[in-house]
Design a protein around this ligand. Structure first.
Ligand code: NAI
Length: 413
């Protein structure tokens, strides 16, 4: 017997929690009657997330969250199924990406699962009638949560949104391990250079930056961290990294990776100081962390020495190498496949339960940004442990009582 794999086969093999939802809900179809919009980097793992929503009965409309990270074979495979519609193709321009998101919104989804808050923001700005009818949403990433917080503060949100990124099941694993491993793997493959022995500067020591810096050090890099938050800077110091400001780091580093969620973290004054042959990569969000306009202005010429590497030839003879056009290096480079499937299993499982909780369990919330209830995060963690064949301890009665009592009979204090 021969088995014909499809573009989702490998990801399915490594996303057992999503597959367990498919198996559990394919008969009962709890999401039947709902149209769920799904915006994400479109590749095999998000493909499994889309087919999981569909298996549970939802009609799914999907669009990219970033125009450059779409894998066409995944889009075509999903788009062929009844009840799944693609507003995406590989190689979209920024304008086509915008237009496709608008077209999706015109189909009036009931629920929006987003990555970066672009679809939710467009819905509010340009499709107010649709926003008024949307039941709720979920947001996957840090930068999207920042936008939603701004919307919530301004009081413009029309529906409740679960901040999926804020759950431990997402950011403890996806941001730290997923971004850490996939960024370094893609930088190594794109440059065909050693990370071991390199002076690696990581800008930002949040969840992503911490993962990148610690894994780079594990590979033998000499790591430097830059931060704006004094506590994070101290944390980096005590984790054993060198901490300095970006002007100093620009002179000391050779490979620069940003993961801040902020703009122009590497800019002209830093490019002026970087050594010949320095490599610049962005693992944060969008393409704004590295000031590409400033690089272009400083350069006399631009060349492409390798696929995925843009070389800026400085007037003083130095060459600076920018990876993946300054977009997310782990998702948009020529060899990029995004995060390992095992971590995306947890992230997309949390997106699925966000939709399930609001649509099926009928949790009624006022418009605003909400944390997902902890019981759902624990339930997904338990499901993941089960698929790994790992078990945990349970509290004994006396241990539970010890937590609940403030007057401990055996206390010596
Ligand atoms: P975080 O908020 O935990 O960490 C960001 C850190 O950057 C903070 O500690 C902040 O103080 C620091 N920072 C801000 N401006 C800075 C500057 N100018 N210089 C140095 N440090 C600065 O956020 P997290 O979860 O680490 O995410 C970071 C970015 O990565 C976000 O944009 C997020 O959306 C993105 N992300 C990317 C992924 C990918 O696949 N590449 C996956 C997950 C998140």
């Amino acid at each position: 017997m021969s088995f014909e794999p499809d573009p989702l086969t490998w990801a399915r093999d490594h996303t057992p929690v999503l597959v367990s939802f498919q198996e559990e809900y394919s008969d009962s179809q709890p999401l039947s009657g709902y149209t769920v919009a799904f915006a994400s980097h479109l590749e095999s793992k998000s493909g499994v997330a889309i087919e999981t929503l569909h298996a549970a009965g939802a009609e799914v409309l999907f669009a990219p969250s970033e125009p450059q990270s779409t894998h066409g074979d995944v889009v075509e495979t999903l788009d062929q199924r009844d009840g799944i519609t693609a507003f995406a193709w590989e190689g979209m321009t920024d304008e086509e990406f915008d237009e496709a998101q608008h077209q999706l919104l015109e189909e009036e989804p009931d629920f929006i699962l987003d990555d970066g808050c672009e679809l939710i923001a467009k819905c509010h700005a340009d499709h107010p009638d649709v926003a008024a009818r949307v039941v709720g949403g979920g947001e996957q990433t840090t930068a999207g949560i920042t936008r939603l917080e701004a919307m919530d503060e301004e009081g413009v949100l029309e529906f409740p949104v679960y901040g999926v990124n804020n759950t431990p099941m997402k950011h403890f694993f996806d941001n730290v391990h997923g971004t850490g491993e996939s960024s370094l793997a893609n930088i190594a493959i794109t440059t065909n250079s050693l990370i071991s022995g390199q002076d690696v500067v990581v800008c930002g020591y949040g969840y992503c930056g911490r993962g990148i810096a610690n894994k780079a050090r594990g590979m033998g890099a000499k790591t430097i961290v830059t931060e704006v938050d004094p506590r994070k800077a101290l944390q980096a110091h005590m984790d054993g990294h060198r901490v300095m400001d970006m002007n100093e780091a620009a002179e000391a580093g050779k490979l620069f990776i940003s993961a801040t969620g902020n703009r122009e973290v590497m800019r002209a004054e830093h490019f002026e100081r970087m050594p010949d042959g320095a490599t610049l990569a962005n693992s944060g969000h969008f393409d704004v962390e590295i000031d590409i306009a400033a690089l272009e202005e400083l350069a006399d010429a631009v060349s492409t020495p390798r696929d995925g590497v843009t070389r800026y030839h400085m007037a003083d003879g130095r060459k600076l190498n920018l990876l993946a056009d300054g977009r997310l290096v782990n998702l948009t480079g020529p060899y990029s496949h995004g995060h390992p499937a095992e971590v995306m299993d947890g992230t997309f499982a949390m997106m699925f339960v966000a939709a399930y909780e609001m649509l099926v369990d009928g949790t009624e919330l006022e418009p605003g940004l909400y944390n997902i209830p902890d019981r759902l995060d624990r339930a997904v963690a338990n499901r993941k442990l089960e698929t790994l064949g790992l078990s945990t301890e349970s509290l004994t009665e006396s241990q539970q009582a010890y937590y609940e009592e403030w007057q401990h009979p055996d206390s010596h204090f």
